[in-house]
Design a protein around this ligand. Sequence first.
Ligand SMILES: C[S@@+](CC[C@H](N)C(=O)[O-])C[C@H]1O[C@@H](n2cnc3c(N)ncnc32)[C@H](O)[C@@H]1O
Length: 145
Amino acid sequence: MALHKDVNVTIYATDNDTVVLQKAAAGVYDRKALENVDEKKIRKHFICHEDGTFEVRPHIKDLVKFRQHDLMSGAPISRYLDVVTCRNVTIYFTEKQKNDLTHLFYSALAVDGYYVIGKTEYLAREVEHLFTPFNVMQKILRKAA
Ligand SMILES: C[S@@+](CC[C@H](N)C(=O)[O-])C[C@H]1O[C@@H](n2cnc3c(N)ncnc32)[C@H](O)[C@@H]1O
């Protein structure tokens, strides 16, 4: 990831489970979890600990606001978002809950914002008009006008 110092970036990382959030906020990974990250990026963005784990450096951690948030609350964590990534979360949601969530993300995204869904996920017919495919392989959708 190229970090442009003249661009303000805020990443909201949300879950409704505080234990999950604490683990995510710690930002500690084992070697296997980073097997698809090149060495140069690992050196630049991670601190290697003596126990063999890798911790995300503060210049990345400080970009992320970890927040407890229930996706079923009906309110987005923020608005005018450029990208929403929500993968492998809605498997236990009903079709109506999934469609309500798609409407929620649509309203939370800025014009031309992107919505990234799981590799095996899809939008139901009732809500597919809200987004247009941007990258079919990566399941990246763009907010429709
Ligand atoms: C299978 S994990 C997927 C995590 C991650 N997106 C990934 O692909 O690795 C599902 C996560 O969704 C969270 N979750 C489930 N229901 C939720 C809800 N209503 N609001 C917010 N998070 C929820 C769970 O706590 C869990 O951490």
